[in-house]
Design a protein around this ligand. Structure first.
Ligand SMILES: [Zn+2]
Length: 381
């Protein structure tokens, strides 16, 4: 669900409200877009391009409000379709699967009005451009830089859903246990000894080399492979970006995003999502913050000190009067980064493992082995 897109005529990236305002349509008088002239809908289809891949065929989708509370639950956005209803996005485009991105928004539990946060970010982008602290040219340059990174660090997406599931089973075997010692036959003499747990831990210990292949911050869990599974479904066999090439920049961007979001609303109570959670789970508002922060880092040569100082300068300049200078939410280079990290870690685990039988079968083998060792020991007593 692209919240922003590139306007050919305006030569900048805009969200739906901004695009309508530039085309002299007051969406606040008609939030449902019921009175939108047909010419404007026709114009959108040719003027608006996907900010990620340049796809055309945009239609305008109004925001949605909850029937119960009247609160905004979805922001107005663009949807891309060809004349015959097909998906016009490049298969490598972040928005190829618009439904998934949109679903993520409904699921996100950002404490305050999401639109308020994206508006606040948009305001900062407008201030920065008006004050000359960065420009549309910088945004274009960052987009090209990211395309270049994609080309330079490409890998074939050859991980299968079964391999991803294998990694989930692998992680599940390594439950944290304070008394995680290598198995000794004497352990079995403890009353009520948990043989299943012991077998899992012993298996995980013997396969510790596999766990070292998992990126920090990556956990293979049933919930955390939903998005990776969708990406596998869409891009299997294709050339994709190796995310490890951007890991330092991603982590730096998340640090700056935490700082920026925390200081976004002066004197107000901070949304708990910001304080307690990683930017990757902030939903669409997180994409907006990450996009701004990656731009600040990009124009600061990825120096986080300089970028944080730049953020503070933008915060202190006067709000821009017009508010349609553009914005850059669709520019977030780290849109699906955590999911790609999961996939990439799975690829390395699979390359390293020597036994590809199901984890449960291997754990059962270990259980038989340690039980046997215990009985041998007990018989000698
Ligand atoms: Zn696209």
């Amino acid at each position: 669900m692209p919240i922003t897109a590139y306007s050919v005529e305006a030569r900048r990236e805009l969200d739906l409200e901004q695009w309508l305002a530039l085309n002299l349509y007051r969406s606040e008088d008609d939030p449902e877009l019921l009175l939108l002239p047909a010419e404007l809908r026709t114009k959108a289809a040719v003027d608006i391009e996907c900010s990620c891949c340049g796809a055309r065929g945009a239609s305008l989708v109004r925001g949605a409000r909850s029937r119960g509370t009247g609160k905004a639950v979805a922001q107005g956005h663009f949807r891309f379709r060809t004349a015959d209803g097909a998906n016009p996005h490049d298969p490598l485009c972040d928005f190829f699967d618009e439904q998934t991105v949109r679903g993520a928004e409904y699921l996100s539990s950002f404490a305050n009005d999401k639109s308020a946060l994206t508006r606040a970010i948009r305001d900062l982008v407008c201030r920065g451009i008006t004050a000359g602290l960065f420009s549309q040219a910088d945004m274009r340059a960052m987009r090209l830089w990211f395309l270049h990174e994609k080309t330079a660090h490409a890998v074939v997406l050859d991980v299968t859903p079964e391999q991803l599931q294998w990694c989930v089973d692998m992680q599940a075997a390594s439950a944290w246990n304070a008394a995680n010692l290598p198995f000794m036959p004497e352990h079995g003499s403890i009353p009520g000894f948990d043989w299943d747990m012991a077998a899992r831990l012993e298996w995980a210990r013997r396969n510790s080399d596999l766990f070292k292949e998992v990126d920090r911050g990556v956990y293979f869990r049933r919930q955390s492979i939903d998005r990776p599974l969708r990406l596998l479904g869409q891009h299997a066999g294709q050339i994709v970006l190796d995310p490890s090439s951007l890991r330092d920049k991603y982590e730096m961007t998340c640090r700056l995003a935490g700082f920026a979001a925390y200081h976004l609303f002066e004197g107000r109570i901070k949304p708990p999502a910001i304080v307690n959670q990683h930017p990757s789970v902030w939903g669409p508002a997180g994409h907006a913050v990450l996009a701004l922060c990656s731009l600040l880092l990009f124009v600061s040569d990825w120096d986080i000190q300089r970028a944080s100082a730049l953020y503070c300068r933008i915060k202190s300049v006067a709000p821009a009067p017009e508010g349609v200078e553009g914005n850059l939410m669709g520019l977030n280079p780290f849109h699906d980064y955590p999911a790609w990290q999961v996939i990439n870690s799975a690829r390395r685990v699979v390359a390293k493992r020597v036994d590809d039988r199901p984890v449960s079968v291997q754990v059962a083998d270990v259980k038989r082995e340690i039980e046997g060792a215990y009985h041998d020991w007990a018989n000698k007593q």
